[in-house]
Design a protein around this ligand. Structure first.
Ligand code: BGC
Length: 261
């Protein structure tokens, strides 16, 4: 049994760093032709491509644009149409945490920005992917949500709302898709060591506080998420549809109940 994505074209948004980069690499290692995407970090995207080439991935393409802007995103999809003429896998990964602000004093701009990138950008990407997959009655759409699609987070309500929003869009889409041959699902990572939370894991005190929230006792790695993603978009996961798979070291399992109660 082997994850085999040969002849599949996979588009991973936000793959110039972190989890997206690792997903791109895992998909390429499994044989997919990978479309790497960045908003502004071209060097990061090029680094992803170099890693893909070193890993023997067949073909790559870099597309650049802001996922929160309809035109930018449409241009990315058009470039994929022109180069590959098909899209088999869409990984809706690009996202931001946003500023930490309590709801009572949070700026509307913070809310809008997080929603525009994570929720609106995700929704538009899913729509554009569907437009390519529906005529062929085949494809997989994997959204990278977060443990925070379920777990509330003080100071990060817009982020939680954006992730919960994508989660329910995926579930609703599964109902719309019926037996279309297209699968749609979410992968919810927990605390994965990337740039997004560098401020937390670089500091001993905040790292200790974070690890206390993870029953498994450690942060996850991007590679661990990349490999789960490769499995989820492959035929081996053919019956996982309209749901979320958590890869979070049991962060969702109420760690504060490990003792007492
Ligand atoms: C966030 C990280 C955070 C993790 C666990 C992720 O969705 O992007 O910043 O460390 O959740 O709280």
């Amino acid at each position: 049994m082997k994850i085999d994505l040969t002849n599949k074209v996979a588009f991973v948004t936000g793959s110039s760093s972190g989890i997206g980069q690792a997903i791109a690499l895992s998909l390429g290692k499994a044989g997919a032709k990978v479309v790497v995407h960045c908003r502004s970090n071209r060097e990061g995207a090029e680094a992803t491509v170099r890693q893909l080439e070193a890993a023997g991935a067949p073909e790559t393409l870099i597309v650049q644009g802001d996922v929160s802007k309809e035109e930018d995103l449409a241009d990315c999809f058009t470039a994929i149409d022109k180069t590959f003429g098909q899209l088999d896998i869409f990984v809706n990964n690009a996202g931001i945490d946003g500023e930490r602000e309590l709801i009572s004093e949070g700026k509307l701009e913070t809310f809008q920005k997080v929603i525009d990138v994570n929720l609106k950008g995700g929704f538009m990407g899913i729509q554009m992917a569907l437009q390519r997959m529906l005529p062929r009655q085949a494809g997989v759409i994997l959204s990278i949500t977060s443990t925070h699609e379920k777990v509330p987070w003080a100071g990060q309500a817009p982020y939680c709302a954006s992730k919960a929003g994508i989660a329910i869009i995926t579930e609703s889409l599964a109902l719309e898709l019926g037996d279309s041959g297209i699968r749609v699902l979410n992968l919810a990572p927990g605390a994965i060591k990337t740039d997004i939370n560098r401020d937390v894991w670089e500091n001993e005190e905040t790292l200790a506080d974070l690890v206390e929230k993870i029953p498994q006792g450690r942060m996850g790695t991007s590679e661990e998420i990349g490999d789960v993603a490769a499995f989820l978009v492959s035929d081996l996961a053919g019956y996982i549809h309209g749901t979320t798979v958590f890869a979070d070291g049991a962060m969702t399992a109420y760690p504060s109940f490990a003792k007492g109660g």
